[in-house]
Design a protein around this ligand. Sequence first.
Ligand code: ADP
Ligand code: MG
Length: 245
Amino acid sequence: MALIEVKDLKKTYRLGSVEVPAVRGVTFGVECGEFIAIMGPSGSGKTTLMNIIGCLDRPTSGKYILDGLDASRLSDGERAAVRNRKIGFVFQSFNLLPRMSALKNVILPMMYSGERRHRRKAVEALESVGLQGRMHHTPMQLSGGEQQRVAIARALVNDPQIIFGDEPTGNLDTATGKEIMAIFQHLNDQGKTVVIVTHEPDIAQHTKRILRFRDGLLESDEPVVDRVLATETLKYGNTEGKGNR
Ligand code: ADP
Ligand code: MG
């Protein structure tokens, strides 16, 4: 059974009397353990689609089955509960709370899940992305790549099945983007399903399958040939000397 099943999915935004068809009938499936890049020009509906399959938004019509559950029929509250349990999100602009330490940023999502051993799990998540020496820094005291690693740790603490990233390397230089892709590859090797939006071919080349969108439609769906492995460039625990503050 597919982890994600999308059938003739459509999303139309209504702005007053104007209708904006953002996703116009998309069908695909994602198996457990896949690593997917969603590509396509600006305005092609990538974020809209990711928000729907990430349970942040609901489709106008069509079906979305997540792990056997019909997510297109859930109430807002039910959708939020599914999101908390199954999904971790990483964004282009990191979306960290500026006044809080890395550790507090990572503890935060567990507050809503009723999880007890908050602190230890947050510490483990930060260690898993190589930030053991940066727990008490606030976002301003961290480089862009470090901030995104905090965001990944935050996405991981509830042990989600799926990680979604909407242009997670979009605000980072090439080398730092590769470090982030190394972390995603590592998570995928451990069994996480990973779906990212990117418009950089180099970044997409680190995944295993590319879905291309155009004008709200799925234009192509192809496996990655000559996949790039970034893992060897990752230096866990060595965040010294990164000059991109
Ligand atoms: P992408 O992420 O591929 O750049 P989006 O999914 O953000 O594309 O947008 C797809 C289309 O839907 C665009 O035409 C955009 O202007 C429109 N759109 C996106 N979000 C909204 C919204 N909240 N309200 C109205 N129109 C929107
Ligand atoms: Mg977008």
